[in-house]
Design a protein around this ligand. Structure first.
Ligand code: PGA
Length: 251
């Protein structure tokens, strides 16, 4: 199973959303591919209408860690569920950086999302200074250890490795760099010997400057269960090519 996720970020009024979601909904999706799009909150209802009857699922870009109450501007997991979302991004680097979200908040959001029947996509990744310090694997281990609801393999969440220096920059890590981090994350989840040898069930995705031209190579790499696409998911033809590249990219 491969996952192709489209994070639209803060882009698209309702009319643009309708056109983009409509075009993506026309794309045939292989039975072993999961496609999920993450529109802004205000366009979720439009995307839901356009995607109805298709195999494409909906997610939101963030969720409150709180259940309900006096949290002006926030959106709860149950509200997202009611809007038709099955997934939610938590701990995206733009949230961590621009909104001061730390691992503890990310963990609370992920836990609350699961309790309300949503699957969180928990994002982790090092910035350029951390990569250049050589200490990036330890930084990612710390993020994973403290952002996950529990440090074990589970199909109730997904993990997205997104090196901050690759997001929106056009720079992608080498396949070796991607697989090194994916293996490190997997070894944390499967460190418990009692589960060793079982089929991996927590999907680990890669994100950061994924395009139609590099998607197949990334998706075919060892330990990569899917991609989280930002900029390239805003162009229907480009995103549909990425969806197609999952076909035959291995399991
Ligand atoms: P990008 O964004 O594909 O535009 O680099 C990825 C992301 O932020 O999820």
């Amino acid at each position: 199973m491969k996952y192709i996720l489209g994070n639209w970020k803060m882009n698209g009024l309702c009319e643009e959303t309708a056109v983009l979601a409509h075009e993506i909904a026309l794309q045939p999706v292989h039975q072993s591919t999961n496609v999920i799009i993450f529109p802004p909150f205000t366009s979720i209802h439009i995307a839901k209408k356009e995607l109805s009857g298709s195999k494409i699922a909906l997610g939101a870009q963030d969720v409150s860690p709180e259940r309900e109450g006096a949290f002006t501007g926030d959106i709860s997991a149950s509200m997202l569920k009611e809007s038709g979302c099955k997934y939610v991004l938590v701990g995206h680097s733009e949230r961590r950086l621009l909104h001061g979200e730390n691992n503890e908040i990310v963990r609370k959001k992920a836990t609350g999302a699961i309790a309300n029947g949503l699957k969180p996509v928990i994002c982790v990744g090092e910035n350029l200074a951390e990569r250049e310090s050589g200490n990036y694997l330890q930084i990612i281990r710390d993020q994973v250890t403290h952002s996950l609801p529990s440090l074990t393999h589970s199909d109730s969440y997904l993990i997205a490795y997104e090196p901050v220096w690759a997001i929106g920059s056009g720079k992608t890590p080498t396949i070796r760099q991607i697989t090194e981090v994916h293996k490190t994350i997997a070894s944390l989840l499967y460190r418990d010997k009692s589960v060793a040898g079982e089929t991996a069930i927590t999907p680990i995705l890669y994100g950061g400057s994924v395009k139609a031209t590099n998607a197949r190579e990334i998706l075919s790499s060892e330990g990569v269960d899917g991609v989280l696409v930002g900029g390239a998911s805003l162009k229907a033809d480009e995103f549909c090519k990425i969806i197609n590249s999952a076909d035959g990219a291995g399991n």
